[in-house]
Design a protein around this ligand. Structure first.
Ligand code: LMR
Length: 334
């Protein structure tokens, strides 16, 4: 072989090795909601900051609206390492075996974001995140969404109004019990399928924070909505633990910084986004929005409190009581 072709080969090899070394680390971040939601906006924010803080060493690709995975599949994909980051709703951790997370789904357990933050920003939140590690998952942050309203094609004022209604829920034993407590028939369904199921009458109604309802246009296929604020829906941002632990320490630190900033952002915009979405739902004139009286809300709470007792053995009494203690919740008080 001639010397110059040998030299040429060596140079090409050196160039491709350098190019390979500069390939960014790709983080696929999958989620099931629209871009214009608290979770959608916060994951885009994280992607932007991760790119800036790592100076391009990390490229976060966000896949919104179930374009990569539907609810059920995404957790499996994360554990297998096919996707590196997710922000599933807190209800999604029970089916994974971390049943303590289901405490967040108990009806009426939080009266405000301030109460919720006592858990998500406190010791209980940290203890919950630690439960994910044996499952190969590292919990990075809690991101807020909001408090849920009930919707259907008939007015929902008293617990009796729910009797016999097929209500879509996320896959959750707690939400199943909550719907049964008012005589409704819970129907588990992937988020991406809810609009069509409501439109075609496969289900009669559902529950949502307003940002989810509005961005999926569910208000266009629901004639009535009641501002029940009966439960909370929010997220835990998670990553594949092996992937995370294998990152260079400086990059991991920069990503932690990006995540801290994205978390502040998510939790700052969540209420505004939900309030804004409610205004838009009202302005659309497509659904009648009803604000229940204090007595109506108390009647709903009374009926749904059965779920707290019923779920005690599943979630764990200590976890439920730890939350009661932190937030000052008194189950005997309506
Ligand atoms: C749902 O299925 O209703 C939610 O988990 C969707 C979401 O991620 O907010």
């Amino acid at each position: 072989m001639k010397l110059h072709s040998l030299l040429f080969g060596a140079i090409t090899l050196a160039f491709s090795a350098a190019a390979l070394a500069q390939q960014p680390i790709v983080i696929k971040f999958s989620h099931v909601v629209a871009k214009e939601t608290p979770k959608g906006k916060a994951s885009d924010f994280f992607a932007q900051r991760a790119g800036e803080l790592t100076k391009g060493k990390v490229k976060v690709e966000v896949y919104a609206n179930s374009t990569l995975y539907k609810d059920k599949e995404e957790m499996e994909a994360l554990q297998l390492g096919a996707v590196q980051m997710l922000a599933p709703s807190l209800a999604k951790f029970g089916p994974l075996g971390a049943k303590e997370f289901e405490v967040f789904d108990l009806p009426f357990i939080f009266d405000s974001y301030a109460e919720l933050h006592k858990i998500t920003k406190g010791t209980v939140g940290k203890q919950l995140m630690a439960k994910l590690e044996p499952k190969g998952i590292k919990g990075l942050a809690f991101w807020d969404n909001g408090f849920k309203s009930m919707s259907a094609n008939k007015p929902l004022k008293s617990p009796d109004d729910f009797k016999g209604l097929k209500m879509r829920i996320q896959s959750s034993k707690v939400l199943e019990s909550q719907m049964r407590s008012v005589g409704a028939l819970p129907q588990v369904m992937a988020f991406s399928e809810v609009y069509q199921a409501l439109q075609t009458g496969v289900v009669d109604g559902t529950e949502n924070p307003h940002s989810n309802l509005y961005t999926q246009k569910m208000h266009e296929v629901q004639k009535h909505m009641t501002l029940t604020d009966h439960g909370y829906l929010g997220y835990a941002v998670i990553t594949n633990k092996k992937f995370w632990d294998g990152l260079p320490a400086d990059v991991r630190g920069q990503l932690e910084q990006a995540m801290a900033e994205a978390t502040d952002y998510a939790n700052k915009i969540a209420k505004e986004e939900n309030d804004g979405a409610l205004e838009k739902v009202k302005a659309s004139g497509k659904t009648q929005v009803y604000a229940p009286t204090a007595a109506e809300r108390a009647a709903l709470k009374k009926a749904m409190m059965k779920t707290h007792k019923e779920m005690e053995s599943r979630i764990g009494k200590e976890t439920i009581e730890a939350v009661y203690k932190e937030t000052g919740f008194d189950p005997s008080k309506l």
